[in-house]
Design a protein around this ligand. Sequence first.
Ligand SMILES: NC(=O)c1ccc[n+]([C@@H]2O[C@H](COP(=O)([O-])OP(=O)(O)OC[C@H]3O[C@@H](n4cnc5c(N)ncnc54)[C@H](O)[C@@H]3O)[C@@H](O)[C@H]2O)c1
Length: 360
Amino acid sequence: MRIYLIGAGVIGKAHAEAIRKLPAEDAIEVKVADPNPKALAAFVEAYPEATAYSDAQAMLAEEANEDDIVVVGTPPFTHFELARMALETGRHVLCEKPLVMNAEEAKTLLEIAKRQNRLLGCCSDRFLGLPKTEEVKSLLQSQALGDVYKISFVYRVQRGRSGVEYQPESKWFLDRSKGGGGILIDWGPYDFTVLNDLLQPESVDVVAAWMSQPKTQIDPTDTKYDVEGHVGATIKYNLADGKSVWLQYERATCTHGEAYHHVEVEGTLGAVKWSPYFESDEIVFKQDKEGQVDAKESQLPYTGLYNIMDHPIYYFYLQVKGKETRAIINEQAVFNFLCMQAIYECAESGSSKTVSKLRA
Ligand SMILES: NC(=O)c1ccc[n+]([C@@H]2O[C@H](COP(=O)([O-])OP(=O)(O)OC[C@H]3O[C@@H](n4cnc5c(N)ncnc54)[C@H](O)[C@@H]3O)[C@@H](O)[C@H]2O)c1
């Protein structure tokens, strides 16, 4: 099998690490392309098994094999063109989050993937398959919570801006024309992948949304900085059984308010609180017992060989091999992206926005 990495930056290296863990029976040939000679040299020093190219098109010029995989790990404004080019060479494409920059690009890529009979995957599936979130899913499915009516999904960080406090060398995070947005486009792909996996909605109504860019005394002045640091939305999830669940969504990467996170599903018979990400492996399940709140706490750590950063490569590799997997591909990848994108559209237009599940 051949895996072609486009982009030799931070995430390109994480993918190379994951490729090393893939089953040994598959001899995997790794190739990498990046026009930045420094990034390419650092990559090849760390991963000498990779053949290096300065140009992605040149790397993909050889004839395609049935199971070739191209991984697009470059800044978002390049995803569409690189993924389109890679699909058109007849290869499966796994694209970093965010899938693309806007709804039109997402739909066009899906059409090309279908026409080429290739898979289009998105790395927003990193946090799928964790035992704690699987447990929450089974609580929902078993009706242990009764009728679920509300989800709080709130992550507020005071100073955590990509391109400022985190990975300050990658200034593209701050420029909307390059990154597509701020905290929403950075973390929203994961949030809506986790939420859509839990709730399996038929459609999603973004009823109201807002965003802001809180200021600090170290705001960048030497580079374009026009992305949001704080966003919120009220969203209605319409489920297959005709019921609906309200989602209170909020993400801050810069706020003068309190830092906290709160992810909780509330139903008529119980509630469950957990963190789908790094903060903790604890689940707190609350029910009523004789008129009193009865809380059960459990720890569900993840101990698999493939860690969160390995998941996108591992899941997509299984998908290409035709095996059962948690990979997010094709219609689901585009639907998840559109749910997040609808928050931008609603915040900008002031009008609600509905996104319906795409059928294969
Ligand atoms: N850094 C993280 O922690 C992280 C985590 C998850 C996902 N991601 C996603 O990965 C993507 C890349 O982020 P990053 O942090 O690795 O960025 P980065 O700035 O570290 O690296 C991006 C690399 O892409 C290269 N590049 C740009 N245009 C190219 C082209 N046309 N062909 C080949 N290479 C090209 C650049 O030269 C650079 O080396 C983004 O979509 C980001 O959202 C990043």
